[in-house]
Ligand binder design. Structure first.
Ligand code: B1M
Length: 277
C-alpha cells in the first residue's frame, strides 16, 4: 500500500516569521541601555548573516547613540564573529558564509579605525605586526594594530602570510621595540616559532620584545617557543606592550625578567577580577 504523504500542509507565514524571530532572540545585551540594545542585537546578526552592505548603517546608528568604537569591537562585533566561528566548526556554515561575515568585520573596522586611532596623542615607539606565513586571517591582528596605534604606538602592519624573512627586513628597517606575530591556525602557529628562530639566528633577538597571539595561541605555547609575551586579546596585548616600552625599556628582548613581568600583569589582572567577584 503506498504511503500517504501530506504535501499540502499549509503554513501561516506570520507564524513562521515569528519562529525565525524567536530563534534570533538573545539576552546577551540585556544590560545595555534600552536605546542601544536593539542596535547591538541587529549589528551582531548583521555579522552572523554576512549582510555587509548594511554593516556601516548599523555601525553609524550605534555611533550616533554615543556608543564608543571600542565597545562595538569588543561587544556585538566580537560576539557576532565568534558565533560565525562556532557555526563553521559545527558545519552549519561553509567558507562562503564565513567570508561574507569577515567582509562585515572589515567594513566595520574600516569605519571605526580612524575614530580609534584618533585617540593617539603621543608617540611611544614602533611595533611591527603581521600574520605568519601560510595564514590569511587578519581581523584580530587589525584590531590589535588599531588598539596599539590608539595607545601611542606607530604600527607597521606587514599584512598576512608574512614570511620570516620579511619580519627580519622590517626589524632592520623600522627598528621596532616590539614585533608581534598573529596566527589563527593550528597548522600555522608553528611559523611563530620559526620566525622567532630566524630572529635569533640573525642576532636581532635582544633588540625586540616578541609578542604572540591568535585563537590557538596560549601562554604555554608562548613559553615553549620563547616569546616574551602572549596577548589573549588586543587590550591585554596593549597593556603588556606599554609596560615593555615604559618601565621595562632597559631590558632586552628575551630577558627572563621581561617574561616574568608579563606573567605578573596577567596574575594581577586575574586577582583584580577575582576581587571584583
Ligand atoms: Co578561518 N578558521 N579558515 N577563515 N576562521 C578559524 C581560525 C577556525 C578556528 C574556524 C573553526 O573551525 N571554528 C579554523 C581553524 C581551525 C584550526 O586551525 N584548529 C579555520 C579554518 C580551518 C580556516 C581554513 C583552513 C578553512 C578552509 O579553507 N577549509 C581557511 C584557512 C585560510 C588560511 O589562512 N590559509 C580559513 C579561512 C578563513 C576566511 C578567509 C574565510 C576568514 C578570514 C578572513 C580574514 O581574517 N580576513 C576566516 C575566519 C573569519 C575565521 C573565524 C570564523 C573568525 C576569525 C576571527 O576573525 N575572529 C575563525 C573562528 C574563530 O576564531 N573562532 C576561523 C575574530 C578576531 C577578533 O579574533 O583573530 O582570535 P582573533 O583575534 C583576537 C585574539 O586572538 C588576539 O586579539 C584579537 C582581538 O581581541 N590576537 C592577538 C590575535 N592576534 C594577536 C596578535 C597579538 C596579540 C593578540 O600579538 C602580536
Amino acid at each position: 500500500m503506498p504511503l500517504k504523504i501530506d504535501t499540502e500542509q499549509e503554513f501561516d507565514i506570520e507564524d513562521l516569521q515569528y519562529d525565525i524571530d524567536e530563534t534570533r532572540k538573545t539576552d546577551r545585551w540585556n544590560d545595555a541601555p534600552a536605546e542601544v540594545k536593539e542596535l547591538f542585537h541587529t549589528l551582531e546578526w548583521n555579522i552572523i548573516d554576512g549582510e555587509h552592505h548594511e554593516t556601516i548603517t548599523f555601525i553609524n546608528g550605534c555611533l550616533e547613540k554615543g556608543v564608543s568604537p571600542r565597545t562595538l569591537v569588543a561587544g556585538p562585533m566580537a560576539t557576532g564573529i565568534a558565533e560565525v566561528g562556532r557555526r563553521f566548526k559545527m558545519d552549519e556554515y561553509f567558507l562562503p558564509e564565513v567570508m561574507m561575515s569577515a567582509k562585515c568585520m572589515h567594513e566595520a573596522l574600516g569605519r571605526l579605525k580612524p575614530l580609534i586611532v584618533a585617540e593617539k596623542s603621543i608617540d611611544i615607539g614602533t611595533v611591527v605586526v603581521g600574520t605568519v606565513q601560510g595564514d590569511l586571517h587578519d581581523i584580530g591582528k587589525k584590531i590589535v594594530a588599531m588598539m596599539m596605534e590608539a595607545a601611542g604606538f606607530t604600527v607597521v602592519d606587514l599584512g598576512v602570510s608574512v614570511p620570516p624573512e620579511d619580519f627580519i627586513a622590517a626589524i632592520r628597517e623600522y627598528k621596532p621595540k616590539i614585533v608581534g606575530f598573529s596566527a589563527l591556525l593550528t597548522t600555522t602557529m608553528n611559523m611563530q616559532g620559526e620566525t622567532l628562530k630566524l630572529i635569533k639566528k640573525e642576532g636581532l633577538r635582544e633588540q625586540v620584545k616578541v609578542f604572540v597571539g591568535g585563537a590557538p595561541i596560549s601562554q604555554a605555547w608562548a613559553d615553549k617557543i620563547g616569546a616574551d609575551a602572549y596577548g589573549a586579546d588586543a587590550l591585554i596585548a596593549v597593556e603588556k606592550a606599554k609596560a615593555c616600552v615604559d618601565r621595562l625599556h632597559n631590558l632586552s628582548g628575551g630577558d627572563p625578567a621581561v617574561h616574568a613581568a608579563m606573567l605578573e600583569i596577567d596574575r594581577q589582572r586575574e586577582a583584580a577580577k577575582a576581587a571584583a567577584g
